[in-house]
Design a protein. Structure first.
Length: 144
């Protein structure tokens, strides 16, 4: 069988590790610092929080962010999808993804770019960096 590793602990030929996948995704993203993302949101960019409810409850939320959990993101933002959100009606919309620490958001933004949303990007450091920068938050652990 082709592609099956010779040993269960050996990676399959041609496979990539998560660090390589993450680096590849980030290489094509114009990632934003939290203050840059805040300005982009104020200028009409769509800030999308992909964190699960448990993380939003435990850590807080960003006012005005659209909550779309990671497991349905592509279906909600693909303009070709029958399950898309009304806001996902065009390919030139600036979409800024935020997760808790800025890892899952990079992969998610790269997936949106694969769908043709070439202005999709993410927030360096995620929600944790947003809150540390003193930007507006609501809920648990919120200084504002």
């Amino acid at each position: 069988m082709t592609g099956v590793p010779p040993h269960p602990a050996a990676p399959a030929a041609g496979s990539l590790g998560i660090d390589e996948i993450l680096a590849t995704a980030r290489a094509r993203l114009p990632r934003l610092s939290p203050p840059e993302a805040y300005r982009a949101q104020q200028d009409g960019g769509t800030l999308v929080d992909i964190r699960p409810a448990a993380q939003r409850t435990a850590h807080g939320e960003i006012p005005g962010a659209l909550v779309v959990e990671r497991n349905v993101l592509e279906w909600r933002f693909d303009p070709r999808s029958d399950a898309r959100l009304p806001i996902a009606d065009r390919y030139d919309r600036p979409v800024i993804i935020v997760c808790q620490e800025g890892y899952a958001s990079s992969l998610a933004a790269a997936c949106l770019q694969d769908l043709g949303l070439l202005r999709a990007t993410d927030v360096v450091g995620g929600f944790a960096a947003w809150r540390a920068a003193g930007l507006p938050t609501l809920g648990s652990g919120s200084p504002s």
